[in-house]
Design a protein around this ligand. Structure first.
Ligand code: GLU
Length: 445
């Protein structure tokens, strides 16, 4: 790392003690910026780097709620409004017991550059809570969401900050939060949240967008080597929204996804995943991946080891941060994997990324590869602002175009800074320069 960026990194570590995921995310971006600063030294002037690593605003709040047995619980809520150079803060809400300030900060930081790459005029933010929705009744989830929104509503708005879903937050939670926001404000501001239901301002393709986008990104990477997804064996982790629609798009493009997972283990289905069954279990029944093997002859559940032990041509990590470490990366490489496209945020550890890059395989980092979700959120905002609604084909064509643009921006930036084919450098450099140029234009704010 160059001296000038090293100093900024040390300050981040000193100022955000113990927030290891945030340190990791900042390190990865700053590490890429050496050639950018060397070519354009003005990016290191006016404390621009110091400003970009400091959130514009951080909100932390108490979320009290009552369970079905009458017991009172207290969770912690977060919203980090990281950067508004390009537009209103935009990013999801994560409800998961692992959530803390460092996790939300890393996600918010990633979101700045991801959102810049989409070129849709959206700033970066993220939020959530350490609330665990698993095993909670609908009524409990509703009361939690209402309490969470009662505080959050003071800070958000269609031109200020527009949350959406992330792990643990889907259509049901967005519905409860939108209902409470509307009631508190006495205003039908459809554009205040994205990921809404189709009957009340949601966009077609938003549900599918993150998974679809990660596969489209893999396809674009493969095309640079004259290859396609046709006939390729795909290893997918995760069993949520991103994984399900990554599997769907991979199948549409002729690939054969054979795995998915959750915290109880991973499923291998050599015949190819039965997508309708998986959707029924995860989306309708809110069940576990283990339920799949009971109904699908030939599929097996593995509870030890990791899904990355399964050999395949393409890996799509669609679960969570740091789910794929250096050892897993080497196992994948030995198994013949030549493409990794990250559907989750920062799923590969720095050691894994290094192993992939050393091996010279195609590696698409999350802030580029999974940007299809937030890009389609921006399309939802556009439809809300115009009080209009596009059909599936129109929305999907726009998503496909945006993913192709993101891919090409990464390729162009990697070439400009002397490392052709390095999508990590390409995504960081392209995202950073877009935000930095506008921050410079806006002055010291
Ligand atoms: N949580 C998603 C992400 O990580 C989507 C955010 C959004 O749609 O605002 O990008």
């Amino acid at each position: 790392m160059q001296d000038v960026v090293e100093k900024v990194y040390e300050q981040v570590v000193a100022r955000n003690r113990g927030e290891v995921e945030f340190h990791q995310a900042v390190h990865e971006v700053l590490d890429s910026l050496g050639p950018v600063i060397a070519k354009h030294p003005h990016y290191a002037e006016g404390a621009l780097l110091e400003r970009i690593v400091e959130p514009e605003r951080q909100i932390m709040f108490r979320v009290p709620w009552v369970d079905d047995a009458g017991q009172v619980h207290v969770n912690r809520g977060f919203r980090i409004e990281f950067n508004s150079a390009l537009g209103p803060y935009k990013g999801g809400l994560r409800f998961h017991p692992s959530v803390n300030a460092g996790i939300i900060k890393f996600l918010g930081f990633e979101q700045i550059f991801k959102n810049a790459l989409t070129a849709q005029g959206i700033g970066g933010g993220k939020g959530g809570s350490d609330f665990d929705p698993h095993g909670r009744s609908d009524a409990e989830v509703m009361r939690f969401c209402q309490s969470f929104m009662t505080e959050l509503s003071r800070h958000i708005g269609p031109s200020t900050d527009v949350p959406a879903g992330d792990i643990g937050v889907g259509g049901r939670e967005i519905g409860y939060m939108f209902g409470q926001y509307k009631r508190l404000r006495n205003s039908y501001d459809a554009g205040v949240l994205t990921g809404k239901g189709l009957a009340w301002g949601g966009s077609l393709v938003r549900t599918e967008a993150t998974g679809y986008g990660a596969v489209l990104f893999a396809q674009s990477m493969l095309a640079t080597r004259g290859e396609s997804l046709e006939g390729k064996k795909v290893i997918v982790s995760g069993g949520g929204n991103v994984a399900i629609y990554a599997i769907e798009k991979a199948q549409q493009l002729g690939a054969i996804p054979i795995t998915f997972s959750d915290s109880s283990g991973y499923v291998v289905d050599e015949a190819g995943v039965d997508l309708e069954l998986l959707k029924q279990i995860k989306e309708v029944e809110r069940g576990r991946v283990a339920d799949y093997v009971e109904r699908r002859p030939g599929a097996r559940l593995v509870t030890g080891g990791s899904v990355w032990d399964v050999p395949g041509d393409v890996a799509l990590p669609c679960a969570t941060q740091n789910e794929l470490d250096g050892d897993a990366a080497n196992t994948l490489l030995r198994g013949g994997c030549g493409v990794v496209s990250e559907g989750a945020n920062m799923p590969s550890t720095p050691e894994a990324v290094e192993a992939f890059q050393k091996a010279g395989i195609l590696f698409g980092p999350g802030k580029a590869a999974n940007a299809g979700g937030v890009a389609t959120s921006a399309l939802e905002m556009e439809q809300n602002a115009g009080r209009t609604r596009w059909d599936f084909a129109t929305a999907e064509a726009k998503l496909t175009g945006i993913m192709a643009d993101i891919h090409d921006s990464c390729v162009a930036a990697a070439e400009e800074y002397g490392r052709p084919g390095d999508y990590v450098l390409g995504a960081n450099a392209a995202g950073f320069t877009r935000v930095a140029d506008v921050m410079i234009a806006h002055g010291i704010v």
